[in-house]
Design a protein around this ligand. Structure first.
Ligand code: ARG
Length: 504
């Protein structure tokens, strides 16, 4: 009788068509998960032996085979094959080729690819989340360096992309940090949801074997066990959470990129991108273009698309495992790649960005950007209601605009104010309408005042210290768990029974 060669082929009388294999396989996507799959398998095998479900001899053979798989994947002699469908069957088949079916065939006891893929994905995603947080933190440090250097460097603040009020370059830079710190929080929340153990949920119902899910959690460095087997297998909100966090983060990176694009335009002229991070034109010899910023802006849609792709996948899935769920990984992988590459280059662009502070100051003093300060002054000094002061200053601005003159045409400004019953000397006017004075006069909590910028910079630095310490602690915990598994493997391979390696 003709039989199928698949590990799941018992009930089949022939192999699937090549087209079926091509259609269902997930080798490329899974290729990132080989090390994680092997670690998960080691933990599972150790647990099976510890629980007496397989013997010490079985464990030795299995761990020897997995050890070879790990080594040979690294040196390229073990490669994932398309006709073996996915990472799990490839590793298992490789193990069986090394250890024989008699031993290797025992690894899949009390396990399903359904809980296996979840373990692999969670192990991979948590690493990626930590890397994103690290990259984001580095970017924030760059912004804070700018904040420290420029607490009093004035620039125009905008609303509606029109001159609004003067702010400082440092204030602008700390705004991004303030924003990105929330992205860090979202990534952190995603990490907490991701870092739990799905192993032992098996296909969907748990198992009749006396497994210890806490032990595999410990060996894999998961914070806890995700208990409810059907929920474990059916749910992919742990993929949706990172995608949401990445989509918001990408929106924020894109907004910064947008500012880079127009700040470096001739019209704005507020910054010059270093040659190392710009591109030229093949036809126009004079061109220097902010391509990197544009590409970041341009890749944003891919991450939004990834989120919508995933949510759409989830919306009509019944409980249990559905093969649709295999499609959860490509969008997330792509999103991680995009974010990591953006976070890899943005700190460099920022570090080498040449801010045109004279131009910023000129713009901050132009176009009546300090009009609000004049109105505020009149409220304080003349005891006039703000609405009245607004009207007076608005009238002066309107007249000056009509004459094509700026505030800095001091005599004219003085006369126009006088016509409205306000007497101010020219030196006084100059002081009120100077953007630097305006900056120093701000005093509210969180304002653009240099003191507030300094205070917030220090506070943000402390928060980044905490975030970085947490990233390190988590990375160390992951490494320690992996190291512990390796040591157990080593001792088992040296002939020690599991009861001795892992005493009660
Ligand atoms: N490649 C599959 C996925 O990503 C792995 C689990 C397959 N399970 C199954 N019953 N076919 O979801």
């Amino acid at each position: 009788m003709k039989r199928s060669n698949k590990l799941w082929g018992g009930r089949f009388r022939s192999d699937p068509a090549t087209k079926t294999e091509d259609f269902t396989q997930s080798i490329e996507v899974d290729s990132r998960l080989v090390a994680h799959d092997i670690w998960g398998s080691q933990a599972h095998a150790i647990m099976l032996a510890y629980q007496g479900i397989i013997s010490d001899v079985d464990l030795q053979h299995i761990l020897t085979g997995l050890h070879k798989a790990e080594k040979n994947f690294r040196n390229g002699t073990f490669r994932l094959e398309r006709d073996k469908e996915d990472v799990h069957l490839n590793v298992e088949a490789y193990l069986i080729s090394q250890a024989g079916r008699e031993f290797g065939g025992k690894l899949h006891t009390a396990r399903s690819r359904n809980d296996q893929i979840l373990a692999d994905a969670r192990l991979y995603i948590r690493e990626q989340l930590l890397q994103c947080q690290g990259g984001l933190s580095r970017l924030c440090r760059r912004f804070l360096a700018i904040a420290k250097a420029h607490p009093e460097t004035v620039m125009p603040g905008y609303t509606h992309t029109q001159h609004a009020q003067p702010i400082s370059l440092g204030f602008w830079a700390t705004a991004y940090v303030s924003m990105f710190l929330r992205d860090c929080k979202r990534l952190n929340a995603a990490y907490e949801i991701v870092n739990v153990n799905p192993l032992g949920a098996c296909a969907l119902a748990g198992t009749s074997f006396p497994i210890d899910r806490r032990l595999t959690a410990e060996l894999l460095g998961f914070d806890s066990v995700q208990e409810h087997a059907l929920d474990v297998i059916s749910s992919r909100d742990f993929i949706a959470e990172p995608l949401c966090a990445l989509a918001v983060l990408m929106a924020n990176l894109s907004r910064f990129s947008e500012e880079l694009v127009y700040w470096t335009s001739y019209e704005f002229g507020m910054a010059v991108i270093d040659d190392a991070y710009a591109s030229g034109s093949s036809i126009m010899p004079q061109k220097k273009n902010p391509d990197l910023a544009e590409l970041i802006r341009g890749r944003t849609g891919r991450i939004y698309g990834a989120l919508v792709d995933h949510l759409t996948n989830l919306k009509a899935l019944p409980m249990g495992y559905n093969r649709d769920l295999q499609e959860d990984k490509p969008p997330l992988w792509d999103s991680f790649d995009i974010i990591q590459s953006c976070l890899g280059i943005l700190p460099d662009i920022l570090e080498t960005l040449n801010f045109q502070t004279d131009r910023m100051e000129a713009l901050a003093n132009a176009n009546f950007a300090t009009a609000t300060e004049l109105a505020n002054y009149l409220v304080g000094e003349c005891g006039i209601a703000f609405r009245e002061c607004h009207e007076i200053v608005g009238g002066v601005v309107g007249d000056l605009v009509g004459m094509g003159k700026p505030f800095q045409d001091w005599e004219e400004t003085q006369i126009l104010l006088q016509q409205r019953g306000i007497k101010l000397s020219i030196p006084k006017l100059q002081a009120i309408l100077d953007s630097k004075c305006a900056l120093r006069n701000y005093q509210s909590l969180g304002s653009a005042s240099p003191d507030e910028v300094k205070r917030m910079t220090e506070e943000f630095e402390e928060r980044l210290d905490v975030i970085e310490a947490k990233i390190e602690t988590r990375q160390a915990a992951i490494q320690a768990a992996h190291e512990r598994t390796r040591q157990i493997v080593e001792r088992v391979l040296a002939g020690k029974p599991i009861g001795e390696v892992l005493p009660e």
